[in-house]
Ligand binder design. Structure first.
Ligand code: SAM
Length: 246
């Protein structure tokens, strides 16, 4: 990675706090028009990519994540689902696969309309709580050290680097010691100064190296990482990590 980019990342991620969620300085730095543009695509039913949800609900689109022996399922099966958080859940198609295996399930998203549909979908499940992320950077409603696992599929690939940094700090805050995270994220480094609308599959700038750097700065330990082709050759990644017990 180019030295100027690396130094810029170091400068803005320095205010990361270990277990207290993102600092105000980091949140401020992350609150940009690029960040808001991504939220707005799915925020309401007239968002520019609202039609995504109709397609995503089809069995073909969801199968890849849940097929036995697939790359997602193999890692997901290593999470303790007792108290699970799904970040950027949309209408909740992924959590719906495992809702009956959780004692507590938190669904986080920045979209009022997607969460409203998720609430309807899970209305028969009193152990499910929907959490609106108003700033698109935090889930302060979820208590410290309360989650056994946090996961995110098909959403973080679009997020700004500083948005990811904020959510990593939040994840470090809510995970119990020994709890694990599983993030599906971008590994697309071709257009570091551009924005997602210019990139294939709307992948944002992120690499496995940067991800590992951010996770380590929030005190999280990387357990396994895999890169794979989706919209771009080796352009997506799955990273599983853990909050150390001490
Ligand atoms: C492509 S959809 C994926 C939804 C869901 N993960 C799925 O696979 O069906 C992207 C989701 O990310 C949410 N999102 C976008 N920016 C966000 C942010 N900063 N914080 C939380 N959610 C966000 C959107 O509202 C949308 O529900």
């Amino acid at each position: 990675m180019n030295v100027a980019v690396r130094n810029a990342i170091r400068k803005v991620t320095r205010p990361l706090q270990l277990h207290g969620g993102p600092s105000d300085a980091l949140r401020q730095a992350a609150t940009t028009s690029f960040h808001q543009n991504i939220i707005d695509k799915w925020k309401t039913t007239d968002g520019s990519n609202w039609s995504y949800f109709a397609q995503a609900e089809s069995p073909e689109w969801t199968k890849a994540f849940w097929i036995e022996g697939g790359r997602y399922k193999r890692l997901f099966d290593q999470l303790d689902l007792t108290s699970l958080v799904e970040l950027a859940c949309g209408q909740g198609r992924h959590s719906f696969q495992v809702v009956n295996r959780c004692e507590r399930l938190w669904l986080v998203d920045s979209s009022v309309d997607a969460l409203s549909n998720a609430r309807k979908r899970f209305s028969a499940h009193p152990h499910v709580t929907t959490v609106i992320s108003i700033d698109g950077l935090s889930f302060t409603e979820i208590p410290d050290s309360s989650a056994t696992a946090v996961f995110s599929y098909d959403a973080m690939v679009h997020f700004e680097l500083l948005t990811v940094a904020c959510y990593i700090a939040e994840t470090a805050r809510v995970l119990r010691p020994g709890g694990r995270g599983l993030f599906h994220h971008s590994n697309y480094a071709e257009n570091p100064t551009g924005q997602i609308d210019e990139n294939p599959g709307w992948r944002n700038f992120m690499t496995t190296d940067v991800m590992n750097h951010l996770l380590s700065r929030s005190g999280l330990r990387i357990l396994e990482q895999t890169v794979f082709d989706r919209e771009n050759p080796k352009g997506d990644a799955l990273t599983m990590f853990e909050k150390p017990t001490r």
